[in-house]
Design a protein around this ligand. Structure first.
Ligand code: NAP
Length: 252
């Protein structure tokens, strides 16, 4: 048992993008532990198989779905496959994301395009694809993984910050569009969480970062997974268009 909040998602179906590693794997495991059937989406099929094996090994239900979130045709196919397989679709977590850091004067077109495409366009494509089945159900939960970089910016991350600020704008607008169908759309904005993405910063920078965080530590992936679980649960049924920071007080 890893979840620190208790909720029952039995009979519900979830899609989690970027589920092969890092936060996405923890989120997929948490939703499965709460009883949801989880479609695990990722481009990295090797690690994706490990996520699915871990969920099944713990008694949960999961299916691997190889998919590049920027491929509109494949995204639509995945959503159709999920609805066909499980007959329902209740939860979408748009988590797949990348960084390609560089200061603005050195930012390459490819670095800009890759980050905007995966982080923002991928979130748009999956959100658009699930909207109809969720509208039909008259219930749904969409949770987008943004970042504190999308709220306060971060030097060297113009592309990433713009993509995450875009995700926040998308969240707030779609929340308004889908509210009448009982679909909530929220974002989580993690600060520095201990994953491969932050390990790439190196120990020296991580030490400096830790000093800036009022709670004095990097976040644990489970801190994010628990927040996602809360937003997916019935307890969050009156919360929509919200951005929940999970940053140890960094942006307080
Ligand atoms: P991660 O460990 O790098 O995992 C990201 C996963 O997404 C990987 O499995 C990656 O596959 C996959 N992916 C990349 N491009 C994809 C694509 N086009 N289609 C489908 N899947 C794709 O990242 P993380 O740290 O867990 O971050 C997850 C999310 O949280 C991201 O949106 C990130 O921006 C956000 N976030 C993270 C932090 C943090 O401190 N870690 C803080 C704030 C926000 P590959 O293995 O092939 O790369």
């Amino acid at each position: 048992m890893n979840n620190r909040i208790t909720t029952d998602l039995s009979g519900q179906t979830a899609i989690v993008t970027g589920a092969a590693r890092g936060l996405g794997r923890h989120i997929a495991q948490s939703l499965a532990e709460a009883g949801a059937q989880v479609a695990c989406v990722d481009i990295n099929t090797e690690s994706l198989a490990d996520t699915v094996a871990a969920i099944r090994g713990a008694g949960g239900a999961a299916e691997p779905m190889a998919c590049d979130v920027t491929d509109a045709g494949r995204v639509a196919e995945v959503v159709n496959e999920v609805v066909k397989r499980w007959g329902t679709l209740n939860i979408l977590v748009n988590n797949a994301g990348i960084t390609r850091d560089n200061v603005i004067v050195r930012m390459k077109d490819e670095q800009w395009d890759a980050v905007i495409n995966i982080n923002l366009r991928g979130t748009f494509l999956f959100t658009r694809a699930v909207a109809r089945p969720m509208m039909k159900n008259r219930r749904g939960r969409i949770i987008n993984v943004a970042s504190v970089s999308g709220l306060i910016g971060n030097p060297g991350q113009a592309n990433y910050s713009a993509s995450k600020a875009g995700v926040i704008g998308l969240t707030r607008t779609v929340a308004r569009e889908l509210a009448s169908r009982n679909i909530t759309v929220n974002a989580v904005a993690p600060g520095f969480i201990a994953t491969d993405m932050t390990a790439a910063l190196g120990e020296e920078i991580i030490q400096q970062v830790r000093k800036q965080i009022p709670l004095g530590r990097l976040g644990d992936p489970q801190d994010v997974a628990d927040a996602v679980l809360f937003l997916a649960s019935d307890a969050a049924s009156f919360i929509t268009g919200h951005v929940l920071t999970i940053d140890g007080g960094l942006t307080a």
